[in-house]
Design a binder for this molecule. Structure first.
Ligand code: A2R
Length: 310
């Protein structure tokens, strides 16, 4: 199978490229923005998804059978600071990508558009949330991902394009930037362990509960969906369990073996917050047979060790 990962030098893209190449022996290429660096192990192309002509040219030349669309402005916090940029990349960029593919004659690749659990907002019904439940996006990032999902679903129906929509719940693991909560906790604890900072941590709201999955399990789900997902369908990708941030932080601190004082930094509190969410993953499991393999403690330890090495 020949795959192209768009946004391939991001956190998930790097893991996905390794998974597809080493565990599935697929032919893999990635795209990156010109200013981004990447591992030389993979064939890579510079690409800005806002440049529709460039997207079309690349696809006509490389002709991947599967396209994983991961390119995004992926930070909720940044989306509040710059909603226009977030809309530009996540909505307009996704649309230009879909348009570029649509305009290529006799070409129907499978496309996975990666959205987010943020699309659900505060669930109005029972937990876990199902793909058919109503969505209430409550931040600019969430609105852009919900719109991407609407366009993907529409294009699958209207143009018979082979598009699969994913709603990825929180994922973490080695290599994630500290703008994401567990990466930030592990970074701060690692710095304390290395004697680079006082044994004091600043955190946001610890009472929220989220559905966390190891990024290596997430990319395995993406690979399986690329094989056996159904066209035009949306799939939750998550563990199906919710865990409070307070509990996760407690575990990371316990791994460190240090006494650490934790204080809440008001600057880190979100304007709108979802108290608890977890995914219904029955559809994903029924269609692919996927289930997570990594225990959460393993991922926490791997992430902490990764920060200690950095
Ligand atoms: O913003 P940068 O310089 O980190 O680059 C990001 C890249 N990207 C773009 N690629 C092509 N054309 C653009 N106009 C464009 N703007 C940004 O997409 C980054 O390298 C990549 C996305 O990776 P991350 O930000 O690390 O996200 P992550 O955690 O890998 O999530 C993958 C997907 C995203 O669609 C998330 O919204 C979703 O999973 O949860």
């Amino acid at each position: 199978m020949k795959a192209l990962i768009i946004g391939g030098s991001g956190f998930v893209g790097k893991h996905l490229a390794v998974h597809l190449k080493t565990e599935r022996q697929w032919e893999v290429a990635i795209t990156k923005l010109p200013q981004e660096t990447t591992s030389q192990d993979f064939l890579h192309f510079d690409l800005d998804i806002l440049d529709e002509a460039a997207v079309q040219k690349l696809l006509e030349t490389y002709r991947p059978e599967v396209i994983f669309h991961l390119a995004a402005q992926s930070s909720v916090a940044f989306s509040w600071k710059n909603p226009q940029k977030t809309v530009e990349i996540n909505i307009l960029g996704s649309l230009r990508l879909l348009e570029a593919i649509r305009k290529i004659e006799h070409y129907t690749p499978r496309i996975l558009c990666i959205g987010s659990a943020e699309e659900y907002g505060v669930p109005s019904g029972e937990l876990p949330v199902r793909e058919i439940d109503s969505i209430h996006p409550n931040n600019p990032y969430a609105i852009t991902k919900a719109t991407q999902n609407f366009f993907g679903t529409l294009y699958a129906k209207a143009y018979d394009m082979d598009i699969i929509l994913v709603r990825a719940f929180n994922h973490f693991g080695p290599g994630q930037l500290p703008q994401f909560v567990l990466a930030d906790f592990c970074r701060q604890v690692a710095a304390i362990m290395l004697g680079k900072r006082e044994p004091k941590m600043e955190v946001g709201n610890l009472t929220v509960a989220r559905d966390f999955t190891d990024v290596r399990d997430v990319v395995r789900a993406y690979g399986m969906l690329a094989i056996s997902g159904r066209k035009g369908e949306t799939y939750n990708v998550g563990s199906g369990r919710a865990i409070r941030l307070e509990e996760l932080l407690k575990r990371i601190i316990a791994f460190s073996g240090r006494e650490i004082t934790v204080t809440v930094d008001p600057k880190r509190l979100r304007k709108t917050e979802v108290p608890i969410i977890r995914a219904d993953i029955q559809k994903l499991q029924a269609d692919t047979g996927w289930s997570p393999r990594y225990a959460i403690d393993t991922t926490l330890r791997d992430t902490l060790n990764d920060w200690l090495e950095q």
